[in-house]
Ligand binder design. Sequence first.
Ligand code: TXE
Length: 483
Amino acid sequence: MTEEPPPVPHYLNFVGGRWVDGERRQNTNPARPGEVVGEYALADRAVVQEAIDAAGHAQSGWASAPVGQRMEILDRIGTTILGRVEELAVLLSREEGKLLGEARAEVTRAGQTFRYYAHQLLQPQGELYSSTRERAYAEVRRRPLGVVGVITPWNYPWAIPAWKVAPALAYGNAVVLKPAELVTASAGELARIIAGSGLPPGVFNLVFGSGRVVGEELLTSGGIDGISFTGGTATGRHVAQQCIAYGNKRFQLEMGGKNPLVVLDDADLEVAVRCALDGGFFSTGQRCTASSRLIVQTGIHDRFVDALAEATRALRVGDPLDERSQLGPVASADQLAQNIEYVEIGHREGATAVAGGRHTADEGQFMRPTLFVGASNDMRLAREEIFGPVSCVIRVGDFDEAVAVANDTTFGLSSGIITTSLSAAERFKRLSRSGIVTVNLPTAGTELHLPFGGTGASNHGPREQGAYARDFYSVPVTCYTGW
Ligand code: TXE
């Protein structure tokens, strides 16, 4: 049995079914610096190891629990989240700066994800084959991966942990979750809900702390069988190296993007502007699927730039809890500094800001969305992930040039095209090198039942979400049977 969690706003580590205290840190509201959202307890290396050991002890019992019980628990977690959307969305908004509407959608998605994986357990779990030998057959079964370390970023504190933890639990694994330090209240609430779901102690564990201490312990511990990571590309590369060096762990990496949105001459201008605005600036540009490169054909270029610049300037930046706001604050001071630096780089590289531009001190942690024109694809502005509300327009002559520029990136997460030509849309789906392709829709905005992931520097390992998630969280076992 688990103990009662402490009252809000103190969030503790959850280890082997117990709440474990540690050195306390505070978590503040990016929209109102100084307002404390919650306090969380840091785990040290010993606590992390305790969590890994607890997971190791609990995993096989959980894997052999009746499917009905596993379904019921996952369903209960999802239903509890869905019953508390409003309250959890306000907390998420205060903690990360997300607009309340976006926060509601995200928390809802997390609840639905747990329920989705509850029902995935009723899908076929293997395949039956004939054998080339006489009086024999073969089957491919699935065995859980084991103990999974889940390392998550700050930009989707509910959706990303949910789409990793839910399939991990569904397929019989035990989990140690390490969330980003900016969003510990959301993770703490998720842990409380899981703690009250009837999940056996040790199957799910939560440890708070830095990547350098807590994350590193997960990467190097012999008790971890696999790591599922979402975050920056440089960190992802390090995760890969450590996983190989320490026990050849399985790893799955979802990293950055520099996603192109192509606008052809035949595009519906209104659709193009709506998609560029959403993909580039909504969620303050803090989405790995954000479209920060707008690749626009000459014939529509000037009309598109004029309309988009006007729409960008009209966006209301403000308190994320105010339903009239369209853009909230930047999630952290570090991220804001990075965004400001990239705007300066854009100016230095010779691009022209037609909306937004230089940041002023009185704007606090809020930033006006910035649209650059006259960019070329070799500028840093067009090559490096900014992760803020900064887009740049690159002018191209025709479809072939647009595709070449779109594909000229080390990343490959998402790409989009705005066109009324069925033929152009079809050719783009075939020629784009990214893992997600959209037509007349923003490059951001994925659905939980479909695979999510990229190519190149955006991804390593099997896809996340949907039925594809099973490929990471389980190991195929080929069985031959003679009779
Ligand atoms: O990410 P980090 P940060 C990109 C975006 C952003 C940049 C940095 O460009 O500006 O990354 O953001 C943990 N061992 N994205 O600093 O550091 C860390 O504690 C183990 C894109 O937030 O990659 C956190 O839990 N773990 C991205 C997680 O890794 C370590 C979303 C991600 O942190 C670790 C977020 C280590 N040595 C940022 N170091 C997306 N693709 O959506 C850090 N971590």
